[in-house]
Design a protein around this ligand. Sequence first.
Ligand SMILES: NC(=O)c1ccc[n+]([C@@H]2O[C@H](COP(=O)([O-])OP(=O)(O)OC[C@H]3O[C@@H](n4cnc5c(N)ncnc54)[C@H](OP(=O)(O)O)[C@@H]3O)[C@@H](O)[C@H]2O)c1
Length: 314
Amino acid sequence: MITRREYLKLSMAAGVALAIKPGIIWAGDRDLPMITRTIPGTDEAVPVVGLGSSATFRSVAEAGEYDRIKAVFEKLAGHENSVFDTAPGYGGSEEVAGRLVNELGIRDKVFWATKLNVAPRGGGSADPEAAREQLERSFDFVRKDPIDLIQVHNLGDVETQIPILKEYKEEGRIRYIGVTTTFPRQYEQLESVMKNYELDFIGVDYAIDNHTMEERIFPMAKDKGIGVLVYAPFGRTRLWEKVDGKEVPDWAAEFDAHTWGQFFLKWVVANPVVTAATPATSRARHMADNMGAALGKLPDEEMRARMVRHIESL
Ligand SMILES: NC(=O)c1ccc[n+]([C@@H]2O[C@H](COP(=O)([O-])OP(=O)(O)OC[C@H]3O[C@@H](n4cnc5c(N)ncnc54)[C@H](OP(=O)(O)O)[C@@H]3O)[C@@H](O)[C@H]2O)c1
């Protein structure tokens, strides 16, 4: 067990809320506390690393490899209220994940984040009736009511779809609402939606080699008290290609990172505006690796700058 003195030292180094949970996990040669963040304006905490469900998770779910997905969820659910990010737009992911968390009996341990979008691709209006049908399907899949978070996917017809989410929130069927995008062409619109609507969350792309969010979106999220989910923290395959065949530098141990996954995730979640990052994975050992990024120390600003320089130099 870590001592209180060590805990306080870690909290100060991280500059963020560190909560010692009953489920402290053993990592390497000592027990380390799980790092959590509080959702702005609430006292609800979530671990800073969760799970996403497009990419490989989606392929494995659609291939019917349910034991693999179950093993990933078992690792995720080891930590109370971990964020799982899904969407009706991710093929079979939402349905398979909903069924499996019920089979495993862990539904209520997971912070369930799904999305809404029935607007045509490339713009156009959403049919309100189709939007309500899509929401009801999401409730049927997970059998959780209220659902923790539902966001308008890729800013599809927000004029129609945000008010529908708001209506469900007022009825107590959704706890938090938000919008997502990872398309640079939509960042300006994202800013105006953040200005004009009351949102609890945004979901956006951010990574050690992708800092655009720091310019305008993150400062606005901070000012307005909006939670931030980070998508594509590995740039899907981009960062893996960059470090292929290269060793994690020794000095990463100073902030408890022992793998490239932890290096990339710790850089992301060390930004205090980030509520949680939700990397996608289809492998339990990668899930455990990623959760390891939510343990122990986080890099400070000076160290984060060094990490960026290191990645740029590869
Ligand atoms: N507009 C939106 O709403 C939006 C857009 C993009 C993403 N998202 C959300 O964000 C999630 C994450 O983004 P993403 O899926 O695009 O990309 P990502 O999380 O940056 O990367 C996923 C890739 O990293 C690999 N990986 C994960 N952990 C690893 C580890 N520890 N070691 C080695 N490889 C590892 C995965 O393969 P393995 O299966 O082999 O681990 C997968 O190929 C999505 O799944 C989705 O939930 C939302």
